[in-house]
Design a protein around this ligand. Sequence first.
Ligand code: SF4
Length: 444
Amino acid sequence: MPNSQMTPGIAPGRLNPDAYQNNFADLHAPFDAHEAAVAADRCYFCYEAPCQTACPTEIDIPMFIRQISTGISESAAATIFAQNILGGMCARVCPTETLCEEVCVREVAEGRPVEIGRLQRYATDILMVSGVHPFTRAASTGKKVAVVGAGPAGLSCAHRLAMLGHDVVVMDGRAKAGGLNEYGIAAYKSVDDFAHREVDWLMQIGGITMQYGKRLGDGMSLADLAAGYDAVFLAIGMGGVNALSADGEDLSGVVDAVDFIEELRQSDALCEMAVGRNVVVIGGGMTAVDAAVQSRLLGAENVTMVYRRGKARMAASVYEQELATSKGVRIIYNAQPVAMHGDSAVSEAEFEYTTEADGTLKGTGETVRIAADQVFLAIGQTLEGAPDGVAVDRGKITVNDVGRTSKAGVWAGGDCASGGDDLTVTAVAEGRDAAIDIHATLMA
Ligand code: SF4
């Protein structure tokens, strides 16, 4: 039984049964054809478009918007997928407000960008619903590549390698593919089992075999893989969680936000998902926002996010912060955890206010206690089980700009590797680029 369900004050069924479906419905309703045409019509089809430069996968955005506006949305989808095979998920989870839409000339001139993310979703949904897969495999190269991790980087790499004619075996320790898309993002960003459907659609390329329940270090070593395959791509994510290092962190009710989000994402009955009445979330990233908002949507009365630095330093975008507050989440900036209080279960979380000067954070000595029967820790993840034989620096596998590690024949990408933001779209770009380099290396 999950920890959350064993703790007094944390209970399932806080809402009327009908409320769950509404609360966890699609965050943004998809465009209909008319809305898409109107949105596409706002694009200036810029030459050297800044939106394209800002996209980590460098999707030809003016091209796909023009294709939508001329009524060939399947072609628009193919334009997107050529650069980003997970373009459907990225259309749902990308922080477009800090990427393509932030630099759109319409945003700069008028404060209202072309809605690139929603247009991308419109086009990709049309093609995926049709069941058509727009790519075919090249003739077999006879080469075999192991991909460890079936998250965005691993899937992107596997698909590109399969397209190029290689046989790919993707291994993942879990029971399903998708990584963070399947287990680690808020349910309202990926409704109707989209993550699972996207993997099924991607697999239509052929040449990819999935092996579940297989983890590096668990009867499978990097040396074995390197010996058995022509190349290895590591996309093992960040499986560990940082410790809070505060008194009371072992109290019942103090849990990792990623576990809560995973439990929620895999739940078939949200009315059975337990949540506290008073929830405190510690952290300032997307995971913190996803945990806080979903706690509110499950019926928690008071949800407080506490972040140790100021608003501008928060990893979650202003849009995400505003989403949280619009759902009734209170955000306290500049407060760091001191201790969790309670007998066996947490009842209060104590914080010390902070100030920041020249990047250095200092406690002010002033403290505050917040009632809490559930505390979610969203204070960052760590590389777990880094394989022997590859260099690691500052907690990430060291790679060059095409994903090569320090070990010949081994590439890495996604959250586990150095460089780039920890975003789905960045992982997709890194997986794709590593695949292209693997192909060039194997065929040289
Ligand atoms: Fe269109 Fe904006 Fe991109 Fe220009 S910057 S091509 S207007 S989406």
